[in-house]
Design a binder for this molecule. Structure first.
Ligand code: 5AD
Ligand code: FES
Length: 345
């Protein structure tokens, strides 16, 4: 029998039917995670990069069927952080050793391009040894370029699913996979370090869809790949749909590590939400980044993309300490440098 894990490790690729076999049978799991860990250690040793996440607005003009902060969720208590609030989060984060700030929010027109640029420049001025990452959704080439010129160097935008039909089951007609892809390629063209990714076990997802996700990522060659299990939110049209599983998410983390040895792969909050040791297992399966929350405790619960999100009652310093211990117990070490991606093809 062909050794799928060996082939994947050596060739960084498999045929579609081989990927499907790997994804659909669990006999390979332990070996797969071990191979992924070996490759992550070859590239990144035992280092884990930290990114301070600032969730600065939960207003959103979009209506994605899976997301708790979709515009039609009238139960969501909306909030916005001012420039001053955001800078305070950075100040706090800087003291805790963060050298990357991720500004994430819903697609909120209140934050005009001028305002985003103002915020980015100010952070850049005050913390010139830090990287600024934006995660604010779909914009025009011109807008992305303006943010870049103001000092943003990284951008996170998950493609969510690379299959058109599946995309249309997760999003209203006003959104399209084509535009999503256009955004990602624009970001690359401008010179951003780009992060993309998808949800695992989202409603209607097939194994074939997951293969399409991997193929799309091979085409995009992102620097960062974020995945997490889909988690139900009761105030969305997907209320009551099943969550993605820990096992399949970990398997995909390992496959991603073997296909993209250089990549920054976060062990996500969603992984820690479906299982108490989810983030530790994510690291052991090939992930090398964690993104603790720097948002003010008063607003954290309101950024509820999905239910029972962890870390909503903790102060930034508590999460920092908690993760330090968790990462160590898993057998790795948090480093506080800027954490750039290693060079890749
Ligand atoms: N479950 C898991 N992940 C979700 N996201 C949004 N809603 C959910 C959910 N219900 C993810 C999306 C988005 C990222 C910020 O959070 O993939 O890109
Ligand atoms: Fe937030 Fe553990 S990381 S409490």
């Amino acid at each position: 029998m062909k050794n799928l894990i060996y082939d994947l490790k050596i060739n960084k690729n498999l045929k579609d039917d081989e990927l499907i076999e790997l994804l659909e049978t669990d006999i390979y799991d332990d070996k797969l995670h071990m191979a992924a860990d070996e490759i992550r250690r070859m590239n990144y040793k035992d280092e884990v990069y930290i990114r301070g996440l600032i969730e600065f607005t939960n207003y959103c003009k979009n209506d994605c069927y899976y997301c708790g902060i979709r515009k039609s969720n009238i139960k969501s208590e909306r909030y916005r952080l001012s420039k001053k609030d955001i800078l305070k989060c950075c100040e706090n984060g800087y003291k805790l050793g963060y050298r990357t700030f991720v500004l994430q929010g819903g697609e909120d027109p209140y934050y005009t391009d001028d305002l985003i640029c103002e915020i980015v420049s100010e952070i850049n001025k005050s913390y010139s040894d830090c990287a600024i990452t934006l995660s604010i959704g779909e914009k025009s080439f011109e807008s992305y370029k303006r943010y870049f010129d103001s000092g943003a160097r990284r951008f996170l935008l998950r493609h969510e699913t690379a299959d058109d039909e599946h995309y249309s089951k997760l999003h209203p007609d006003s959104m399209s996979l084509d535009n999503r892809k256009r955004c990602l390629f624009d970001l690359k063209k401008i010179g951003y370090q780009v992060g993309s990714g998808f949800m695992v076990g989202s409603p209607y997802q097939t194994t074939q869809n997951l293969v399409a996700d991997l193929r799309f990522l091979q085409e995009l060659k992102p620097d960062m790949i974020g995945i997490g299990p889909y988690i139900n939110h009761k105030d969305t049209p997907f209320s009551g749909k099943e969550n993605g599983t820990l096992e399949l998410t970990l398997k995909l983390v390992s496959i991603l590590r073997l296909m993209f040895p250089y990549a920054l792969i976060p062990s996500t909050t969603a992984l820690g939400t479906i299982s108490p040791l989810g983030r530790e297992l994510g690291l052991k399966s090939g992930a090398n980044v964690v993104m603790p929350n720097l948002s003010p405790v008063e607003t954290r619960k309101k950024y509820d993309l999905y239910e029972n999100k962890i870390c909503t009652g903790e102060e930034a310093a508590e999460c920092r300490g908690c993760l330090e211990r968790r990462v160590e117990i898993a057998g790795y070490r948090i480093v506080t440098n800027i954490g750039d991606v290693k060079k890749h093809a």
